[in-house]
Design a protein. Structure first.
Length: 317
């Protein structure tokens, strides 16, 4: 029996569904009714894999519904899909073309692993909103420096209100994590790492749900901290990191700055790289990757930092 591969192009309001080798497509809404149509189609066709891009949140309700229905499902990095499309000479980009390309990509990658996942959208929205409020505080603080006496009181009052909102959000985040056994376990494991606090932990749980489900190379590439080659013919370019999830890199960078001072393992690793002549920025990026790989192993094997880092040190250099 020929295996069935389904590709889905996801937007905020709609889902375009293609089955590899089948001409007709299905267009439906990205809501509960539309998602159930996709689930029924995947189960009816006994899909070997349903594949779509990681869109930054719009895919989560569909992802969870398919996982709960026992349908093999995988979300892939959008750059992989675009590179695959270019390799086939498909430069145009529409929803229907993308859905067919994704279905073809799934069929051409039989080793693509299903990654069941829980819904982290609520946590993600709170974390994103917290980032926005922090940015507002920064902007208001900058305005306060040059404000006249008549305006200072209003700006200071707004900053105080923003800080109060952040405190409420931190409390809400803590409650939501404590109420979910899966979140609670992940949070406990992540915060056992020197340099990882509650906000960083919540960001990783909500915005990197793949953590613990991928191997070390895959998770580094997904976040965008894996050095990539830039070689052509005789030219040997510098290895650089790019792409991936920018917000997670920002969170991880801030955690790494703390870890480079207070986490003995990361501090020694950072100091060794700098002593060998690595620029500080390069050394910090390497430390980011090291922390990420260890965190990935911790969640995969359900172990704390102290029980994990010693076995991972030799793998992360």
């Amino acid at each position: 029996m020929e295996k069935v591969y389904i590709g889905i192009d996801i937007s905020k309001d709609s889902l375009d569904v293609a089955i590899h080798g089948v001409k007709n497509l299905m267009h439906t809404s990205n809501d509960q009714a539309g998602i159930q149509k996709v689930v029924r189609l995947a189960k009816k066709r006994n899909a070997a894999m349903v594949c779509f891009e990681s869109t930054g949140g719009y895919e989560m309700p569909l992802y969870v519904a398919l996982s709960e229905a026992g349908v093999p499902v995988a979300a892939v990095n959008p750059r992989q899909i675009r590179d695959f499309a270019r390799s086939m000479g498909k430069l145009a980009k529409t929803d229907t073309i993308d859905a067919r390309v994704i279905a073809h990509f799934a069929s051409a990658n039989p080793d693509l692993k299903s990654k069941p996942i829980s819904n982290t959208q609520d946590l993600k929205e709170i974390v994103n909103r917290r980032v926005q409020l922090m940015e507002m505080i920064t902007m208001e603080s900058n305005r306060l420096r040059g404000a006249s006496n008549d305006l200072r009181a209003g700006i200071e009052e707004h900053i105080a209100w923003l800080k109060h909102e952040i405190e409420d959000m931190d409390s809400d985040l803590k409650k939501r994590i404590e109420q979910d056994p899966i979140y609670q376990e992940k949070d406990s494991l992540l915060q056992s790492t020197p340099g990882i606090g509650p906000i960083v932990s919540a960001a990783l749980i909500s915005q990197l749900p793949e953590l613990g489900n991928l191997n070390r190379r895959q998770i580094a590439a997904l976040v965008g901290v894996a050095p990539l080659n830039r070689d052509s013919g005789m030219f040997k370019g510098k290895r650089i990191v790019w792409g991936g999830r920018g917000r997670i890199r920002t969170v991880l960078y801030m955690a790494t700055l703390v870890a480079a001072r207070y986490n003995p393992v990361i501090r020694r690793f950072y100091e060794r790289l700098v002593m060998t002549g690595k620029p500080k920025k390069v050394a910090l990026t390497a430390c980011m990757r090291k922390i990420l790989v260890i965190l990935n192993a911790m969640l995969k094997h359900h172990t704390t930092w102290s029980n994990t880092y010693s076995s991972e040190m030799s793998l992360c250099h």
